[in-house]
Design a protein around this ligand. Sequence first.
Ligand code: SAM
Ligand code: ZN
Length: 270
Amino acid sequence: MFQLRCTVRNCSHVLELKNDGLRCEAGHHFDRPKGGYWNLLQPQDKKSLTPGDTQDAVLARHRWLERGYADGLIGALKPWMKLGPGGRAMDLGCGEGTFGPALFGDSPAGYCGIDLSKKAIRLAAKRWPEGTWVLANADRFLPAAESSVDCIVSLFGRRPVQEIARVLKPGGRCAVAVPGEEDLIQLREQVQQTGRRRSRWETVVEELEAAGLKFQQHQRWQTSVELAPDAIADALAMTYRAVRRSQNHRAEQLASMTVTLAADLILLHG
Ligand SMILES: C[S@@+](CC[C@H](N)C(=O)[O-])C[C@H]1O[C@@H](n2cnc3c(N)ncnc32)[C@H](O)[C@@H]1O
Ligand SMILES: [Zn+2]
C-alpha cells in the first residue's frame, strides 16, 4: 500500500501497518474502519468549513460517472499519468473513486486517494480495494513525506498549493482539471438564467507557479451530450455551483437537452 504519514499535528512520522491498524513511532494509532479505507481525520478537521461533498452530491456524481460521461476526459488525462516502478500518485478530493483505477489501474500500490466525504471514500474503497483510500482533510496536511510523490492529481478537487509543493518530487507531475468555460453552459443558462462563462485555469496555474511549480501544458477537453432529465438532475446535484431550491424546481421542468461538457486540463512539474 501507499506509505502514509501521521496526520497528528506536528508529527508526520511514517505509519506502519500493525494488527490491522496504523501506528507511528510516537504512538499515534489509527483504526481501519470497516469498508477498507483509513480514517486519518483529526478532531479539528471535523469542524472544517468545507466538510466535503454531501451524500446527495456524491451519489449524483457516482451515477453521472457510471453513465460514462467522463470517459473521454479519462482518455485525455491518461498520457500524463504514467507511474514508473515504485512511483506514487496522490489524488486530492478523489471523490467516489472512478478516476483512480481508470488512470492508475496498473499501479494500485502507488495510488492514494484522499477525500473528506465518508460516503465518497467508502464507495471508492469498495470499487477498488487494491488502492489506498484515506478519509482526511487535504487542505490541512497531505499524509506524505517531503519530495516523495511522483504525481499529484486534482480533478475538480482540492488544491492546497503549499502542501502540493512540499510533497511533490522535483520533476514530479501535478495534473489539475477544472471546469471549462462552456461546461454545462446550456443548463446554467436555463436554470440560473445567467450562464456566466468564466475561465479559471489561468488563475490555477498562477497559484501553483507562485508555490514553485513549473507550467508545462494546457489542453481543453470538450464534448457534447444529450442528457435525459435524470442525468440533468444529477448534473445539477453534483455540481460545485450551489443549486437553490427554486432552481431545482425549474430543473424538474426541463426536458432532455444537448449539453456541452468542458474541462481545462493543466500539467505542471515540481
Ligand atoms: C467536485 S468533487 C470531485 C471528485 C472527483 N475528483 C471527481 O472528479 O469525480 C470534489 C471532491 O472534493 C472533496 N473535498 C472537499 N473538501 C475536501 C477537503 N478539504 N479534503 C479532501 N477532500 C475534499 C469532496 O468531498 C468531493 O468528493
Ligand atoms: Zn504520529
